[in-house]
Design a protein around this ligand. Structure first.
Ligand code: XMP
Length: 329
């Protein structure tokens, strides 16, 4: 493996003062690179792309065009938060594309996990490429590449796609702008904080690219996807109330594709179970289960079964990795 290092003398960004110095340096570097040019950014609302957006808005204002693609598999409230933070509060030039129907129509009846992932990835590139083609006079593409992406691609672990896997006719039009490429994740978060991004955006737990799609195992249906989204929102709300947000590495719900018998108001029900997963890890290769209190589990079971349509049973996943993976697909 090649010996690759961050720039000579670079200190780790561990304080707001160091983050502020980094921001000042990057604002100058972005302005020097881009000048009066326009920059395009796929803004998912994840930590890396949000920090890149906030930096570029500060550096070049309306010359940044952010595209937020809602693939219908985002968590409850996420697209709304992206619009609120970036368009309303930071006055960003934001194109919002609600591609929910397009994604869910393509995914209808597709049960194979790899095929689902493939469809979501391809469709995302298609939607973003369509938006990119509509934009006139843009010569730069910003990306939230971070230092571990560079290391992994150098080590041959993960292909780091230049220009995000865009088709060649579009990729070749752009010069890349990657202002956080020399940062580790915790440093990106520190920079996000001094840029004024909300803490639930900066400190948020990892969320897979295929989103809730991998938590709705088998062929996705709109009603079961809604059950995943609603139960996930309840889980996040209860974790926040209990002070577990930011302490537990990742937590979410899964609604599998089978039903079981239950009873509600004296009548038989036949509905899905909802599985709760809460895990901790340092390297994602091995994970341990976060043990929730009996009160918390009781409360979650009560809320989810009474508030989420289609759920009549709540289960807790007690399995570490290995042998289980974090996600179900
Ligand atoms: P697994 O299920 O492989 O998950 O144990 C390990 C971590 O990776 C996340 N994950 C993904 N992230 N695209 C992503 O961006 C994906 O397709 C994907 N699959 C899993 C998962 O949420 C966990 O944090």
């Amino acid at each position: 493996m090649q010996d690759i290092r961050r720039p000579e003398g670079m200190v780790r960004i561990t304080t707001p003062e160091l983050a502020e110095a980094f921001v000042e340096e990057q604002l100058a570097a972005i302005r020097a690179q881009v000048g009066d040019g326009k920059v395009l950014l796929a803004l998912s609302g994840g930590v890396d792309s949000s920090v890149v957006a906030a930096l570029l808005i500060k550096a070049i204002g309306q010359n940044l065009v952010c595209v937020h693609v809602n693939h219908g598999l985002l968590r409850k409230g996420e697209p709304e938060q992206v619009i609120e933070v970036f368009r309303n509060q930071m006055n960003a030039n934001l194109v919002y594309v609600d591609a929910t129907d397009r994604f869910l129509d393509k995914l209808a009846g597709v049960a194979d996990p790899e095929q689902k992932r493939h469809i979501i990835g391809e469709e995302f590139i298609d939607v973003f490429a369509e938006e990119a083609r509509k934009q006139e006079g843009i010569s730069f593409l910003a990306q939230g590449t971070i230092w571990p992406d560079i290391l992994e691609s150098e080590a041959g672990i993960k292909a780091h796609h230049n220009a995000g896997g865009l088709p060649e006719d579009i990729a070749s039009r752009f010069e890349l702008v990657e202002p956080v490429r020399i940062l580790f994740k915790d440093e990106v978060r520190e920079v996000g904080r001094v840029l004024g991004l909300p803490s639930n955006m900066v400190d948020r737990q990892p969320f897979p690219g295929p989103g809730l799609g991998v938590r709705c195992p088998g062929a996705i249906t709109r009603d079961r996807l809604e059950a995943v989204r609603e139960s996930d929102a309840i889980l996040r709300e209860e974790f926040a109330k209990a002070g577990l947000e930011g302490k537990v590495w990742q937590y979410f719900t899964v609604v599998p594709d089978f039903k079981s018998t239950g009873v509600k108001d004296g009548k038989r029900t036949f509905d899905w179970p909802c599985i709760i997963r809460a895990i901790n890890t340092t390297d994602v290769m091995e994970v341990t289960v976060e043990h929730l209190s009996a009160e918390m589990l009781d409360h979650l079971a009560q809320r989810i079964t009474s508030e989420v349509p289609g759920i009549n049973r709540v289960l807790f996943d007690y399995t570490p990795k290995p042998p289980a993976t974090v996600e179900y697909e």
